[in-house]
Design a protein around this ligand. Sequence first.
Ligand code: NAI
Length: 320
Amino acid sequence: AGKELRFDGQTVVITGAGGGLGKAYATFFGSRGANVVVNDLGGSFKGEGKSSKAADVVVNEIKAAGGKAVANYDSVEDGDKIIETAIKAFGRIDVLINNAGILRDVSFKNMKDEDWDLIMAVHVRGAYKCARAAWPHFRKQKYGRVISTASAAGLFGSFGQCNYSAAKLSQVGFTETLAKEGLKYNILCNVIAPIAASRMTETIMPPDVLASLKPDWIVPLVAVLAHSSNTTETGGIFEAGGGHIAKLRWERAKGALLRADDTYTPGALLAKWDNVNDFSSPEYPTGVADFMSLLEDAQKLAPSPAAKNPDFKGKVALIT
Ligand code: NAI
C-alpha cells in the first residue's frame, strides 16, 4: 500500500465548506488528520439569507468519522473572524482555501449595481479579507498555503456572467501577486478553475453531464497544492473537472515593434498587425521583468526592415 498524503497537526480553513466543492475538501482534510475550520454563511446560491445548518452538518460528518472540525458562520467579508475561529480552536492556521462563492447571473444589458457589488463583495473582498487575516500567521511561522478559486467563466468569459467573470479572474491576479510576495516566507499560492456538479451548476447542466463531474474529483489537485511536499508550485493556474487536471499559463505572440523610423503611427502598427497575432513561436511570460527584457532584446536588433522597403513605406503612408 502507498503512503497517504496526510495533514496531521495542520489547520485548514475552507470557506464556503457547507456544500459542494468546499464540503468535499473539508471531509477530505478531516479524514487526513487536519484540524478543519468549516466556514459557511449558509445562504442561497444567489447570496440571500444565512443559516448555521450548512456548516454544522459538515462539522458533524467530519467528527462522526473521527476527525477534528469546528464551524464558523461568518461571511467571508468578515475574514478576520474566520481566521480567529481557527486560532481560538486550534492555535494556528496552515492552509486557506478561498472557496465560498455565489452567482448573480444576468445579461450585461440588465445588470444592476446590486448584482455587481454583491459578487465583488463575496469573491473579491471575501478572498482578500481571509488571506489578509491569515497572512501575519503565515509569515510568522514561515509556512502557508493559499488556494483561491477562479472559474472558466473568468478565464474565458461566459454569457450572462460578466460580474462573476470579473470577480473570478481577479483571483488570478490576486494569486500571482501573493505568490510573489509570499515566496520568501514559504507561503505558496495557487488558483484553481474547477468544474463540478453542485447547486451552482445543477440548474445549468444536464444530469448525465453532472454525473461525470464529481466534486470529489477536484480534491486531489487541492490536496497536492495544499501539502507541505509542494515546494515548487506557486502562482499557478490549474483547471480541473471530470478527472482532468491541467495547468494554464499566459502566452505571448511574436509581437510587432514600432521604431522611430516607423513614425509610431497607427498605420505603422496596422502594417505589422500579423506579428501582433503571430503565436508560431510563443513566449510564456511570468512577470513584468520578462516584458522589459523583451524590449531590450528588440531594441538591439537592426533598424526596421520597413524603413528599407519602399512598398512597405508606401502602404504605411496610406494610413497614419
Ligand atoms: P456551492 O454553492 O455548492 O458552494 C458555495 C458555498 O459558499 C455555499 O455553501 C455557500 O453557502 C457558501 N457561501 C456563499 N457566500 C458566502 C459568504 N459570503 N461567506 C461564506 N460562505 C459563503 O457552489 P460550488 O460549486 O461548490 O462552488 C465553490 C466555488 O467554486 C465557488 O467559488 C464557485 O464560484 C467556484 N466554481 C465552481 C464551479 C462549478 O462547476 N461548480 C465552476 C467554477 C467555479
